[in-house]
Design a protein around this ligand. Structure first.
Ligand code: PLP
Length: 454
């Protein structure tokens, strides 16, 4: 095997890392992960780190899981890849049946792809084409939210709302209707909404309804991250907002698209965030945890109504002309099936509840730190926001890299994290033990304390 010095040199010479200022990267040490064990990552020098963000919010049952490994190897001995274009394969069929069974009732059709962004692109294209088949081609616009993140492809960015990621590409993006998001924390300081959660919800629902009314008959769908906006900063929506949006979508005869790429597979404490508010969307996107964080796999699920609108004679060109080369990859589907089987065998969602409770309780202690301005928790996902002066809502300047500095400190103490600017994200694998979770929280607490004191 190559030694660490060579690996670092080659990394810096040949790799371009995602969402990374490479000028900084070139001057810094590089942690190279070689192995994983449960919720721990192990680098080339044998150092162990708790995987505090589940390897980009994907890992469910831990790394190097014996049963997932076995399922993957068993499939590998049969076939690694074969196409769904014109043919089918066994794991893809079985997984589609299982996904229909475990998603909200009414979502009966599964369209595979490889990642969250493509799951969203598919949702948008499906919705757009659906209205053409229904004889309403003027329904072209998507309502989306401030701080939304749906991925990095052009369509997904078009319905995004994070200016630092998306503004550069403005002229490439299609026009939609961007609505302010009902984000509780900043809304507390918003004179219009006076901190009342019900008022916040009503305020923003009015904004959505106004958008629907001003663009009556032109809205193809409303897309959102249900319950919690992830990359926007772990921002939690008021209770009932999702349900109320579903009602609005129905009333205005438009489609509700929920992006469960981050929230799906137990992250919020239920299998799907939608279940917290008994919502069946018209389209649901899932990726990240679908194949347990092992392999790239995504699915866009929809209803019979939507699917049926695409049926017709071959010559009618009602076909959904979309598909990726690795769509329905058998290896990924086999792992996803085992992922779901583990949820069922181990009764994971009920087992998870005390861990979530413990996580929520312990995170309240973070308010004792003077620069912690807000702690937002949803299931086993949390954002701890740091500010220079919380009382006056004064953020740390971007260039101070406070979030990055805290995460570096945490790394030295044995936890691997990735911040969202000045929000420290905590999203460990669902199977983390209470003692490892305590260890992670202790490390994060001390790291914030140490770095913000300097
Ligand atoms: N949607 C949501 C809610 C996400 O959090 C992400 C990624 O973080 C995406 C879509 C994009 O997924 P991917 O990075 O797999 O394309």
């Amino acid at each position: 095997m190559l030694d660490k010095a060579t690996l670092v040199a080659w990394d810096k010479r040949y790799l371009w890392h995602p969402f990374t200022q490479m000028q900084d990267w070139l001057t810094e040490d590089v942690v190279i992960i070689e192995r994983g064990e449960g919720c721990y990552l192990i680098d080339t020098a044998g150092n162990r780190y708790i995987d505090g963000t589940a390897s980009m919010w994907t890992n469910v049952h831990g790394h190097n899981h014996p049963e997932l490994n076995t399922a993957l190897k068993a499939q590998l001995d049969k076939i690694a890849h074969t196409t769904l274009l014109g043919y089918s394969n066994i794991p893809a069929i079985q997984l589609a049946q299982k996904l229909v069974e475990i998603t909200p009732a009414g979502l009966n059709k599964v369209f595979y792809s490889d990642n969250g962004s493509t799951a969203v692109e598919i949702a948008l294209k499906m919705a757009y084409q659906y209205w053409q088949h229904k004889g309403k081609p003027q329904r072209k616009l998507f309502i989306h939210f401030d701080n939304a993140y749906h991925g990095d492809t052009i369509g997904a960015m078009s319905v995004g709302g994070i200016d630092s990621f998306h503004t550069t590409f403005d002229s490439l993006l299609f026009k939609g209707i961007r609505v302010s998001a009902p984000e509780m924390y900043r809304s507390r300081r918003d004179a219009d909404t006076s901190g009342n959660k019900a008022a916040v919800k009503t305020h923003w629902l009015h904004a959505v309804e106004a958008a629907l009314s001003e663009n009556a008959g032109q809205v193809a769908g409303i897309i959102l991250e249900p319950l919690i906006q992830g990359a926007g900063g772990m921002l939690i929506a008021p209770k009932g907002f999702l349900k109320a949006l579903a009602v609005l979508a129905k009333r205005w005869e438009t489609l509700l698209i929920v992006d469960e790429v981050m929230t799906g597979f137990g992250r919020t404490g239920k299998m799907w965030a939608c279940e917290h508010e008994n919502v069946t969307p018209d389209i649901l996107c899932t990726a990240k945890g679908l194949a347990a964080g092992y392999l790239p796999l995504a699915a866009t699920l929809t209803t019979d109504t939507l699917y049926n609108a695409f049926l017709g004679e071959y010559r009618d060109l009602k076909t959904f002309f979309h598909g990726h080369t690795f769509t329905g990859n058998p290896l990924a589907c086999a792992v996803a099936l085992e992922n779901i089987a583990i949820f069922e065998r181990e009764n994971l969602l009920s087992e998870l509840q005390p861990t979530i409770e413990h996580f929520r309780n312990r995170l309240q202690d973070f308010y004792a730190l003077p620069h912690v301005s807000d702690v937002r928790v949803c299931g086993l996902a949390a954002g701890v926001e740091l500010m220079k002066t919380p009382d006056t809502h004064t953020p740390y300047p971007f260039e101070e890299k406070m979030g990055i500095r805290v995460c570096k400190e945490a790394l030295a103490r044995g936890a691997m994290l990735r911040p969202l600017v000045n929000t420290i994200v905590l999203m460990p694998p669902l199977q983390i033990t209470i003692s490892a979770l305590d260890n992670l929280l202790d490390i994060v607490y001390t790291s914030i304390e140490t770095v913000t004191k300097k």
